[in-house]
Ligand binder design. Structure first.
Ligand code: HEM
Length: 375
C-alpha cells in the first residue's frame, strides 16, 4: 500500500511502471481495484497508452470547464431547485436519498441521454451496492439492478445508432461517443457502452458522497456554515478542501510492469500495489493540520481526483456540483440539523466511502419552481 503524498503522486504519474490494464495477474477482473473485482471493463480507466489516449481525449473535451459552464450548470441549478422543492415544505428529508444522490444522478444521466424514468433506480443502485454489506437485501437488489442498467445502456446505445444511421442524431453524450473516431474508425459499440457505464459509476455516487460529507461537516461545524453563508467567495477553495478532507474514493490499484523503486521500496513486475489517494490527502507532510477543514486552504495539491493521465475528467463538474448544491441547501435550508442517529457509514470502505444515509430536519420553506415543472 502506497500511502505518502509524495509516493502516491509518483505512482499515479508513472503509468509506464504502474499499469491500469487487465493482465495475466488480474485475469478478466477489474484491474484498478484490489482485490480485482468481477466487474465489466471500464474504458478508459482500465487502458494504458497508446490505446487509452483517444478515449480519454474524447471525455476531456466533453467535460471541459467551458462545456460544463455553458451546458451543464443551467441544468445543475434546475435539478437542485427541483429536488429541494420536493422536500422543502415538509421540513424533513434524507439528505442522501432525497437530495445529493438524485441531483448527482440527474445531472450525469440527463447529459448522457438516459431517460428520466430510469434515473432514480440507476443512482440508487450505484449508491446501495457500495453502501450496504453484500448480504443486505438492498445490496442484493442493487446487484440485480446493475445487470438491468447494462441492458438499459445497450438499448439506449442501439436507439442512438439507428438515429445516427437515419441522419437525425440527438444532442447527448451517447450519440456523441458513437460519432467519435478512434484510429480512423467509429468507436466500437461495446466501448461506447463501457464509457457510458464509467460515466455513471464514476460520476454519480462520488459526488453524492462528497456533498453529503460536506453537509454533515457543516452540521458539526456551525462556524464554517456561517462563514460560507456570509462569504460565498470561500467556495472557490472550499470545494477542493471538502474533496481533500472527505475523499469519496479511497484508493486505486495498479500492476507493476517493470522494475521500479518508490519511497525506498523495490517493486517487481507482476506485483500489485494499492495507491491510497485518501491517505495522501491526509498526509501532514503536505497538508499542515491535515485533519482540519480549512475553507481557504492554499495551496491544496490534493489527489482526491487522482493524478497523471487517469486524473478525473469529471472534476470540473464535480466541483460545481459540490459548490452549487451545498450553497443552495445553505440558502434554502439554512438551519438544517442532521439526525446523528441516522448517520450510517458505507459498509465497504474499499471503493466509495462516506455516509449511506443522513436524515435532516429544517424550517419548512416555499417551493421556487412552478408545480408543473417536472423536467
Ligand atoms: C467528487 C467527485 C469525484 C471524485 C472524488 C472522483 C475521483 C476520481 C479519481 C480518484 C479518479 C482516478 C482513477 C484512477 O486513477 O484509476 C477518477 C477517474 C475518473 N472519473 Fe472521477 N471523480 C468524481 C467525479 C466524477 C464525475 C462527475 C465524472 C463524470 C461525469 C467522473 C468520471 C471519471 C472517469 C470517466 C474517470 C476515469 C478517467 C481515466 O481513467 O482516465 N468522475 N475519478
Amino acid at each position: 500500500v502506497v500511502s505518502r503524498h509524495e509516493d502516491v503522486s509518483a505512482v499515479l504519474k508513472d503509468y509506464k511502471s504502474f499499469s491500469s490494464a487487465r493482465n495475466e495477474v488480474t485475469g478478466d477482473r477489474g484491474s484498478v481495484s484490489q482485490p480485482p473485482m468481477p466487474f465489466k471493463a471500464l474504458i478508459p480507466e482500465e487502458l494504458d497508452p497508446p490505446e487509452f489516449t483517444p478515449y480519454k481525449r474524447a471525455l476531456t473535451g466533453m467535460l471541459s470547464p467551458a462545456r460544463v459552464s455553458e451546458e451543464l450548470l443551467p441544468r445543475l441549478d434546475h435539478w437542485i431547485d427541483y429536488f429541494i422543492d420536493q422536500v422543502i415544505e415538509k421540513g424533513e428529508c434524507d439528505l442522501v436519498y432525497d437530495l445529493t444522490s438524485p441531483v448527482a444522478g440527474a445531472i450525469a444521466l440527463e447529459w448522457l441521454g438516459m431517460p428520466r424514468d430510469d434515473w432514480q433506480r440507476i443512482s440508487k443502485a450505484y449508491h446501495d451496492i457500495v453502501g450496504y454489506p453484500l448480504e443486505d437485501e438492498r445490496a442484493q437488489a442493487a446487484l440485480r439492478d446493475l445487470g438491468w442498467i447494462d441492458e438499459r445502456i445497450a438499448e439506449e446505445v442501439a436507439i442512438r445508432q439507428r438515429e445516427i444511421a437515419d441522419g437525425r442524431p440527438r444532442n447527448d453524450v451517447i450519440s456523441a461517443l458513437l460519432q467519435e473516431e478512434i484510429d480512423g474508425a467509429p468507436m466500437a459499440v461495446d466501448r461506447v457502452e463501457s464509457m457510458a457505464r464509467i460515466l455513471i459509476a464514476g460520476g454519480v455516487d462520488t459526488s453524492t458522497s462528497t456533498v453529503t460529507s460536506a453537509l454533515v461537516h457543516l452540521h458539526h461545524h456551525r462556524d464554517h456554515r456561517a462563514a460560507l453563508i456570509a462569504d460565498p467567495e470561500l467556495w472557490t477553495t472550499a470545494a477542493d478542501e471538502f474533496v481533500r478532507r472527505y475523499p469519496a474514493v479511497l484508493a486505486h490499484a495498479r500492476t507493476v510492469v517493470r522494475d521500479v523503486e518508490v519511497g525506498g521500496c523495490v517493486m517487481k513486475p507482476g506485483e500489485r500495489i494499492l495507491a491510497s489517494e485518501a491517505s495522501a490527502c491526509w498526509d501532514e507532510a503536505e497538508f499542515p493540520d491535515a485533519d482540519r477543514v480549512i475553507l481557504d486552504r492554499v495551496p491544496n495539491r490534493h489527489v482526491g481526483f487522482g493524478l497523471g493521465i487517469h486524473r478525473c475528467p469529471g472534476m470540473h463538474l464535480a466541483r460545481e456540483t459540490i459548490r452549487h448544491l451545498t450553497k443552495r441547501i445553505l440558502e434554502r435550508m439554512p438551519d438544517y440539523e442532521v439526525d446523528e442517529a441516522s448517520l450510517v457509514r458505507y459498509a465497504k470502505q474499499s471503493t466509495v466511502s462516506g455516509w449511506v444515509t443522513a436524515r435532516a430536519t429544517f424550517t419548512p420553506g416555499p417551493r421556487v419552481l412552478p408545480q408543473d415543472q417536472t423536467r
